[in-house]
Design a protein around this ligand. Sequence first.
Ligand code: GLU
Length: 505
Amino acid sequence: MDSSNNAQANDSSNTENIRVRYAPSPTGMLHVGGVRTALFNYLFARKHGGTFVLRIEDTDAERHDEEAVEQVERSMRWIGLDWDEGPDSGGPHSPYRQTERLDLYRDAAERLLDAGAAYYDFATQEELQEFRETERAAGRQPIYTGGPYREMPREEAREKIDAGEPYTVRFKTPREGETVVEDVIRGAVTFENRNLEDFVLMKSGGTPTYNFAAAVDDAEMEISHVIRGDDHLSNTPRQILIYHALGYELPAFAHVPQVLGPDKKKLSKRHGAASVEDFAEAGVLPEALFNYLALLGAGYSADEEIFTPDEMAERFRLERVSGNPAVFDETKLDSVNQTYLRRRPPEEIAEWAVPMLADSGVATEEELREDMPRLVEIVRLMQERLTRTTDLPDAIGYFYGGELEYEGEQFDKQFGKEFVQEAFPELVERLEGLPEWEENELEEAIRGLAAEKEKGAKHLIHPLRFAATGRTVSAGLFETLALLGRDRTLIRARHATEEMRRRFG
Ligand code: GLU
């Protein structure tokens, strides 16, 4: 094949009638690497006012699974990847599931057979296996080119088929020349045709291979830019050959690198989370995952971090996407997530918190609902300290319930000092006597007592914080106490006093 055929169609600056697609095989959960690729397709389409197509590549019968298709669609909707044409929404190239398009592949195979660009292959699995072994034994790469079948007259093949012999349909790959993938991201990648075997187009069961179905669909669906994972780069010369043989005009190709974990291995569940559902469960917001993944290796300038989808689309440049693998940085994701979490209304976060707090056992759903106005205020106070929604029970659980269990070593640290042992019971008395339980009064009482004792306020604030919350770090103490409420604070403070007496006499 002449490489000059490819160059023109690959011009990514041609931005009219942009049509891109995401074409998952529904084999399980949606991996963030796949989502990132889908996001690039989506942003590219949005930038150019183009069309984003969802195509389900489900011809691999064994792996076909209705639940898996729904899961992919659910994950895509969750993160905000809305498609313009797809299985449920339909469109001018319906249907969008490959198992419903089998006639198209059969027709295309017929056309290639008629044109002499493909042939029937009757070799059995055993024969193919033997061929590979012989070649390897002779120190050669096994490149199968059909043996006697490549040039077998059509009538002879027909007879075998009529006699019930199983067959596949193979592409007659040119034995010389080269096929060049003009990749928008990585430039020209050249493949010697003689290193490509006569690959299968139609399997013996009458279903297409991935390469054949993908090429036929991309052409029939008028896809202008094939943007996909770089694990498919070696498939692209085969698809280009199919395009040429069927007389289709080539789309542009862009191969997006994989997403790796910090150890430079493909990101997987081993790293904690790898699929959209994993991240959702781990308390990541959809807009944060969208923002983080869309920016990952997309070549936006380093100081830019938070964007709306529209802003991202506007700035997106396919040719700026990095050709190097992207390394997933959970800390960065957390920082983006924190930003988005701060932007959500406290009322909404409080709603999420109800079942989580109920699950953690600090109060019942009913109690929490009755307490909604306070819960909203608690969230407002704590919101900026949250990194993920899953932090909620731990971050605000202590605003519920009565007495706390104290960690012994920390307790001794907070209450071991003589001054605290002498002044803390007095502090509790002052708090008991407060006419109003509100922030300013609390502050005055605590600072006032410290001043009388000629001590810095922190000598009272730290043990009181620990007594009231069970921790050494919290939001501002006076606000925290106001929201904890009089009864709960005093129950805890008295309990801490008893504990102090028990431990220090
Ligand atoms: N079904 C293929 C996959 O999930 C899609 C490859 C492509 O985009 O062409 O890997």
